[in-house]
Design a protein around this ligand. Structure first.
Ligand code: NAD
Ligand code: UFG
Length: 339
């Protein structure tokens, strides 16, 4: 079976993808510098699957270290998760974001070329559709204007992959545009483990529910949406991980660049998420309405038809599953992997 290198594979989406790749029979190598993760996540991946993962502590920008990894393992495909992802921080520290995110991509592509590795999947984001495109977003739309440096790094990296594939027609690239991943593995053993104050909605909700934070501030209730709060396309992280397995099957048999949205196609509002979380788990989540957050769009969601048609991938988990599994992870691991 093929071997897949997960760059940034100890993180939230990478660790869930490792589980699904191992279950599908792939061998998995992980390279991560733990800037936003812990090796404990991979130990738990091994427990869940009963299989082993070759784990390297490595900065993916470091071509010498990558050369060591590619020399020691016959890599068939790379999934590039390694990146900084906090939108607000990217506004404060744009150079750090451009340096880390773009350099990881360049180093990976350079070392892949050196070793003749032709298959790569990239963690992109719905954010590249920018401010202009109408909803639902479909892959044939042009990339738009991003509202922050994080989003621009994703747009630029998509462009880098496209140019690399033009120059080397043997390259097979899949760009996956994620919508809003939430939830955790149903075992409750791996999940999202943000450092400090969470930026994203679901980890904030679970930390309020577990008593670590007093209340959630809902950013704006005067948007042109049915209940006035923003709507997003939330997707269970296990569905997203299975999408990576399908994309790996695909990338190994193709050439050129393909873009896929990974979302459910159904938007939910912030208010609906809070209410579903309280109902499913029987725990209160105190919240207050606050000002809008700069850069937030009122609503976006995916047209996910292309992934269904070409990859044979559709989502299986409901919003109730997402709320149940997020809470299961948080209450079993109140301090994340530090427990
Ligand atoms: P995460 O922070 O949990 O995972 C990213 C991993 O990359 C971490 O383990 C981190 O330590 C590692 N990393 C960062 N820079 C590195 C470097 N230079 N060398 C080695 N490792 C490095 O985030 P995630 O939610 O799992 O996201 C994975 C990818 O998906 C990221 O590229 C992110 O931008 C993208 N994405 C995430 C979301 C989301 O909402 N979670 C949405 C769209 C896209
Ligand atoms: N929200 C709150 N309070 C909070 C946190 C979030 O009301 O404390 C709201 C936001 O205003 C937004 C919704 O919850 O309406 C979702 O916010 P997130 O921060 O969880 O997610 P975003 O849609 O802003 O961004 C996510 C990822 C980005 C990615 C983007 C598009 O975090 O990496 O989706 O894919 F770029």
């Amino acid at each position: 079976m093929a071997t897949v290198l997960l760059a940034g594979g100890a993180g939230y989406i990478g660790s869930h993808t490792a589980v699904e790749l191992l279950n599908a029979g792939y061998d998995v190598v992980v390279a991560d510098n733990y800037s936003n993760s812990s090796p404990e996540a991979i130990r738990r991946v091994e427990k869940i699957t009963g299989k082993s993962v070759k784990l390297y502590e490595a900065d993916v920008r470091d071509t010498a270290k990558l050369t060591e990894i590619f020399s020691a393992n016959k890599i068939d495909a790379v999934i590039h998760f390694a990146g900084l992802k906090a939108v607000g921080e990217s506004v404060q520290k744009p150079l750090m974001y451009y340096r880390n995110n773009i350099d990881t991509t360049l180093s990976l592509l350079e070392v892949m070329a050196e070793f003749g590795v032709k298959n790569v999947i990239f963690s992109s984001s719905a954010t590249v559709y920018g401010e202009e495109n109408p909803i639902p977003y479909i892959e044939t739309m042009k990339r738009g204007t991003c509202s922050n440096p994080y989003g621009w790094t994703k747009a630029m990296m998509e462009q880098i992959f496209e140019d690399a594939a033009k120059a080397d027609t043997d390259l097979s690239v899949v760009l996956l545009r994620y919508f809003n991943p939430i939830g955790a593995h149903p075992t409750g053993m791996i999940g999202e483990d943000p450092c400090g104050i969470p930026n994203n909605l679901m980890p904030f909700i679970t930390q309020v529910a577990v008593g670590k934070r007093d209340h959630l501030t809902v950013f704006g209730n005067d948007y042109p949406t049915p209940d006035g709060t923003c709507r997003r396309d939330y997707i269970h992280v296990v569905d997203l991980a299975v999408g990576h397995v399908k994309a790996t099957d695909y990338v190994l048999g193709h050439k050129g660049v393909e873009v896929f949205n990974l979302g459910t196609g159904t938007p939910y509002s912030v208010k609906e998420i809070v209410e579903a979380f309280e109902r499913v788990n029987g725990v209160p989540v105190k919240y207050e309405f606050g000002a809008r957050r700069f850069g937030d769009l009122p609503e976006f969601y995916a047209n996910a038809d292309k992934a269904a048609e070409i990859l044979g991938w559709t989502t299986q988990y409901t919003l109730d599953d997402m709320c149940r599994d997020s809470w299961n992870w948080q209450k079993n691991n109140p301090n994340g992997y530090r427990d």
